[in-house]
Design a protein around this ligand. Sequence first.
Ligand code: ZN
Length: 205
Amino acid sequence: MDFSSKLLENAVNEMSQLPGIGKRTALRLVLHMLKQPQEQTSQLAAALEKMRNEINFCKNCHNISDLTLCEICANPGRNEKQVCVVEDIRDVMAIENTSQYRGHYHVLGGKISPMDGIGPGDLNIPSLVDKVSNGQVEELIFALSSTMEGDTTNFYIYKQIEGFNVLSTTIARGISVGDELEYADEVTLGRSILNRIPFETSLKS
Ligand SMILES: [Zn+2]
């Protein structure tokens, strides 16, 4: 792409670093900004910078939160003995949208993926094992997407907590293999959460 302006080229290059944004889309977005009032771009830049600098992770569940304890963990009406293991905030949002779950979450921050160089040590697994070994958890619900990475991660965690007195379940799969949780419709996902099965059963199938 030949640019008549270095400033324009820099902006397009930065924008095209985002996932799913190619150079053409980046150019379209940048040109759109040029047509909008200048404050709009300033506000966008300020919001991004503030978010990046000030974002917090809940000290209990590792979900993204503005406070040290997220709204879910801070809510006394939720069952802290029930912990749903998910990959990231998108899964929390998807499950919350179903209004079928009143427990807590544990956000791993990813899935074990040797191909991408992500090992167990890169994820929030030790704090989960701690919670279980301290007897803080009665039921651990595995809700990672049923991809190979999701299954590997579930199994790794399951092995870590197997010896402790905790019920391990997994959400029933109305969701077909390879589907990401966030794309499942609310009714299907809600039903999967209600119809949990023992984790051991999922290993045999
Ligand atoms: Zn939390």
